[in-house]
Design a protein around this ligand. Structure first.
Ligand code: G3H
Ligand code: 13P
Ligand code: ZN
Length: 320
């Protein structure tokens, strides 16, 4: 058993408390390789932002659980070396079983999500409560979810949103003891969140109804990539084929971050930035084959994207 505190990591409790009262959100950026991790840490050190390093079960399989634990520990030391001891959380994204959550906690995670949103309500309460009971013994924070996002979440996919029912949130939070709650208000995973011609809006009215029921409680938004059109264009101009990729407008996320939303999950935008950087480099330098030559510029693009998110969308800069 590795204790996250020995790795220099923190859980999310204090970060969320400050974020809710300060009207900003903590970035939760997914990672599964060294360049992504470096870009996240560089961006958050340069902007003085706390950060949640987020790992899906797919990412764990891809990168290896032991390597990821050392990478998180390395991230803490790397941030210090860059000059700032920023708070860093290592979080499991979309955990689906108690066993997986336990295993992550044993490998040094300071926070876990148990996503029981696809189960019927009582089963979601049961599975979430069992994770909370184990996690809290180790001072690990837990995120639950109510409502189903449209799109694909690991192996599970839904065609339509099932919006979170505001009348359920108080009971769920009380019965399970979760530290934060992910809700469904029209965001979705991936790069194709709306069809062309649709109004790309999220249901801020449901968010404010939820906030009234559980004032001051930490709310989480998944599926919050904005799918920057300059990145989509760069991909397509350099041999890619992404059509009709549309995300959540950043102004709407900014409004959400100013309210009870204190964690915003961004993965797809990072994937787009890296892909755009690599595609452009390959197109401009077809004879190059040293991975550092194309991964380096892609990492710089990723860092710029993260800095932009922190400063202009989440508002978590200068909050350490
Ligand atoms: O919510 C999903 C995240 O973007 C992680 O995606 O399961 O492909 O690693 P993944
Ligand atoms: P995006 O696909 O919109 O980046 O969402 C990521 C996410 O919610 C990870 O849990
Ligand atoms: Zn998600």
């Amino acid at each position: 058993m590795v204790n996250y505190k020995d790795l220099g990591l923190v859980n999310s409790r204090e970060l969320f408390k400050k974020a809710v009262s300060g009207g900003y959100a903590i970035p939760a950026f997914n990672f599964n390789n060294m360049e992504q991790m470096q870009a996240i840490i560089q961006a958050c050190v340069e902007t003085s932002s706390p950060v949640i390093l987020q790992v899906s079960s797919g990412a764990r399989k891809y990168a290896n659980q032991t390597l990821l634990r050392y990478m998180a520990q390395g991230a803490v030391e790397y941030a210090k070396e860059l000059g700032k001891n920023i708070p860093i959380v290592l979080h499991l994204d979309h955990g689906d079983t108690l066993e997986l959550c336990k295993n992550c906690i044993e490998y040094g995670f300071s926070s876990v999500m148990i996503d029981g949103s696809h189960h019927e309500y009582n089963k979601n309460v049961d599975i979430t409560s069992s994770v909370v009971e184990y996690a809290h013994k180790h001072d690990v924070t837990v995120e639950g979810e109510l409502g189903v996002l449209a799109g694909v979440e690991d192996e599970v996919s839904a065609l339509d949103h099932t919006y979170t029912k505001p009348e359920e949130v108080e009971d769920f939070v009380k019965k399970t003891g979760v530290d934060s709650l992910a809700i469904s208000i029209g965001t979705s995973h991936g790069a194709f969140k709306f069809k062309p011609g649709q109004d790309p809006k999220i249901r801020l009215d449901i968010l404010s109804e939820i906030e009234k029921r559980i004032p001051g409680f930490a709310i989480v938004l998944h599926g919050s990539s904005s799918v920057p059109q300059d990145l989509v264009k760069m991909i397509n101009d350099n041999g890619g084929k992404l059509s009709d990729a549309i995300g959540i407008p950043e102004e709407q996320l900014r409004l959400a971050a100013k309210s009870a939303v204190c964690k915003i999950n961004i993965d797809s935008d990072g994937r787009l930035a890296m892909t755009a950087g690599i595609r452009k480099y390959f197109n401009d330098n077809p004879a190059e084959f040293d991975p550092r030559k194309y991964l380096g510029p892609a990492r710089d693009m990723l860092k710029e994207l993260y800095k932009h998110k922190v400063i202009n969308v989440l508002g978590s800069n200068d909050k350490i």
